[in-house]
Design a protein around this ligand. Sequence first.
Ligand SMILES: NC(=O)C1=CN([C@@H]2O[C@H](COP(=O)(O)OP(=O)(O)OC[C@H]3O[C@@H](n4cnc5c(N)ncnc54)[C@H](O)[C@@H]3O)[C@@H](O)[C@H]2O)C=CC1
Ligand SMILES: O=C([O-])CC(=O)C(=O)O
Length: 327
Amino acid sequence: MSPTPLKVAVTGAAGQIGYSLLFRLASGALGDRPIELRLLEIEPALKTLEGVVMELDDCAFPGLAGIEIGHEAEKVFEGVNLALLVGARPRGPGMERGDLLEANGAIFTAQGKALNAVAADDVRIGVTGNPANTNALIAMTNAPDIDPSRFSALTRLDHNRAISQLAAKTGASVTEIKKMTIWGNHSATQYPDLFHAEVRGQNAAEAVGDQDWLENTFIPTVAKRGAAIIDARGSSSAASAASATVDAARDWLHGSAQDDWVSMAVVSDGSYGVPEGLISSFPVTTKDGDWKIVQGLEIDDFSRGRIDASTAELAEERDAVKGLGLI
Ligand SMILES: NC(=O)C1=CN([C@@H]2O[C@H](COP(=O)(O)OP(=O)(O)OC[C@H]3O[C@@H](n4cnc5c(N)ncnc54)[C@H](O)[C@@H]3O)[C@@H](O)[C@H]2O)C=CC1
Ligand SMILES: O=C([O-])CC(=O)C(=O)O
């Protein structure tokens, strides 16, 4: 007998990220278990989504057990085991992701409530739509019956960007880089940390041996990569965001590698001085659908300042959505 399909909800399924993400999911990126796609869109985008579904059908993916589409969250989210909340307005040139709070926040209030009402008991919820950390906080707060540990926001794209930049600098392959960490917000204040990362088993900051590059090239290149892509493409990253969304979901469900960790924005328990309750990016290990913040890393003054600046921004965003009545 074939296993019960994993029910995977994707919101904003007719959007740019959706157009890449759905085909990765359907072709088996989350593993061998068949999947059923539950695709949520706003009503005016359903016709476009029907076209995407025709294309999914035309791929004849053996692991795709079914597709349902709709514009009502409570119907689409019924019984879902994994919800990838992508649907939200992207920023344009000259905007910061935080500028989207008011436009996008309400989406996550409604979707948090719907997940709370109808998702499966084992649901995991990954938020990609920006501003991702605070949208995840909104969804989590509006889903009081779902354990807060089931929510996470995507900083895996930043993590992957940081690995790629470090690989290019050191001549290592991406597989030779371990223990990369993104701390804080998925925003320009994020802190990609080379002091705990490793290149071929050597401390990455030591392997680079160039504090000026670390501070003035590496950190800003990673933190502002989204804006650089908008500048070049005229629209925000889509295929790489879809790829990171898949990486994050796969590792969450199936576990991170033994000798490595990943970056995920998860609810803070106060670790590393990050105020409790904020959804902030940490180094985490994952196993069987659960994550654990890596403990015991030494944080020097340089890193402390960067982490504090990013978490202060998260606290401001939290206060802003409180002011808007979203949490
Ligand atoms: N966390 C990350 O690393 C990244 C996040 N993003 C964010 O992901 C989001 C989506 O980006 P794109 O796909 O490029 O945007 P897009 O504009 O191409 O697609 C967004 C889709 O969401 C849909 N949508 C809007 N409200 C909805 C609702 N209430 N329910 C369901 N669907 C809804 C829209 O109709 C649209 O089809 C943006 O907020 C963007 O900033 C983008 C790249 C990386
Ligand atoms: O920069 C943006 O607005 C899209 C995004 O989150 C990213 O590419 O990291």
